[in-house]
Design a binder for this molecule. Structure first.
Ligand code: HEM
Length: 377
């Protein structure tokens, strides 16, 4: 579907079908290189400046190198080591909510949990965290381009200071490999084929992880809880089951990811040459958006796609909520683990949870990409 004409006469295309979205996400003729194609946006900003050197804004071979350096921090065993701390943060947050009787589950739980996890991983000091969260939020929800740019610069500067401080400690011998054991230290010392990340790449990666590491996870937790509250029979069934065994939540989380995909639209691609999707050919040098949310509800791929079914038998090819292909979400294991611990905690510790149904209470983030709630009272 061709959706609109940008200022310089380039078209923006929106892909909504499952098969086409899956094909587009792996097609090497579609580029993610924003330095090469960012001009297609005209005066509008495509991506936070600090992310332009990150893996998410590059194609192979640069992408391969940057991703390989960060990947060891997100293996299943690395994520497993984070479990006790994720559990502790979850217990603390829920422990504060439970006696209150009423709470906003987004701002009192779904935001602070992943923010704390990723900030601790990156070694972001506590006093910087609230401000970083506000700036990160502004990147996706503020219509004003100048405010967004300002927020992007603030995030970049804060992370640049952090990275410079760490590099200095390593260079002066004040820190040794693995001493602090956090992710930033690991990245500084990470080597793959003798490559070290340069300072700007390191800052970009830190910014990417900071943003990617919490925004979408917040949406997943909020969307999952809302879905449960709007489907009382499935809520009761899964809550009863989870009291003794939380394994049933594993397929349920996949259904939450499909049903209300936390990243509604993937980051944009650019056609490097004409690319055919069935009967439609997208010419070269066009902006392509891929709707993960629409693909995940494509009736040609999922039976009764608009129904929430926590026991759904998944087709051979699953949902696209974490993307597909080379840019497949690096943090999917961490996100699934956080969601599992968070939802187990909610189902076990807040058994009488219900939605505050007064009008105007439920608000969605005003963002094209981010599919998530602002508040969940
Ligand atoms: C990439 C979704 C959580 C780190 C992506 C992409 C999607 C996605 C769809 C691909 C974007 C594209 O191809 O345009 C999600 C969802 C999450 C989540 C739905 C939570 C429910 C996380 C977490 C982290 C993370 C917790 C790390 C701490 C990344 C990184 C990339 C990425 C580094 C770029 C990978 C690359 O370019 O190779 N994510 N994400 N994500 N995500 Fe996630």
């Amino acid at each position: 579907q061709r959706v609109k004409v940008s200022s310089r006469g380039h078209h923006t295309w929106l892909i909504t079908g499952y098969a086409q979205a899956r094909a587009a996400l792996t097609d090497p003729r579609l580029s993610r290189d924003t330095r090469r194609f960012g001009h297609l946006f005209g005066d509008r900003r495509d991506i936070a400046p600090a992310l332009r050197d990150s893996m998410l804004a590059t194609d192979p071979p640069d992408h391969t190198r940057l991703r390989r350096l960060a990947a060891p921090a997100f293996t299943a065993s690395a994520v497993d080591r984070l479990r006790p701390r994720i559990q502790q943060i979850t217990d603390q947050l829920l422990g504060a909510i439970a006696p209150k009787g009423a709470a906003d589950l987004i701002n009192e739980f779904a935001v602070p949990l992943p923010v704390t996890v990723i900030c601790e991983l990156l070694g972001v000091p506590e006093h910087d965290r609230p401000q970083l969260r506000r700036w990160s939020n502004a990147l996706f929800t503020t219509a004003d381009a100048a405010t967004r740019d300002q927020a992007a610069h603030h995030i970049n500067d804060t992370m640049a200071v952090l990275v410079a401080h760490r590099l200095h400690r390593f260079e002066t011998g004040a820190a040794h490999q693995g001493e602090d054991g956090d992710l930033l230290d690991a990245l500084i010392t990470a080597r793959a084929n003798g490559d070290l990340l340069n300072q700007q790449e390191l800052v970009s990666l830190a910014v990417l992880l900071l943003i990617a590491g919490h925004e979408t996870t917040t949406n997943l937790i909020g969307n999952a809880v809302l879905a449960l509250l709007l489907h009382p029979a499935q809520h009761t069934a899964i809550a009863d089951h989870t009291v003794s065994d939380s394994d049933g939540l594993v397929p349920a989380i996949e259904e939450f990811l499909r049903y209300d995909s936390p990243l509604g639209i993937a980051t944009v691609r650019f056609t490097t040459c004409p690319v055919a999707f069935g009967p439609v050919t997208i010419p070269a040098e066009q902006i392509v958006m891929i709707s993960l949310g629409a693909a995940n509800r494509d009736p040609a791929h999922f039976t009764d796609p608009s129904a929430l079914d926590l026991t759904r038998t998944r087709p051979r090819q699953g949902h696209l909520a974490f993307g597909h292909g080379p840019h497949y979400c690096l943090g999917s294991g961490l996100a699934r683990t956080e969601a599992h611990i968070a939802l187990t905690g909610i189902l076990r510790h807040l058994p009488h949870l219900h939605l505050d149904t007064r009008p105007q209470q439920l608000a969605w983030r005003p963002s094209r990409m981010m599919r998530g709630l602002l508040t969940l009272p």
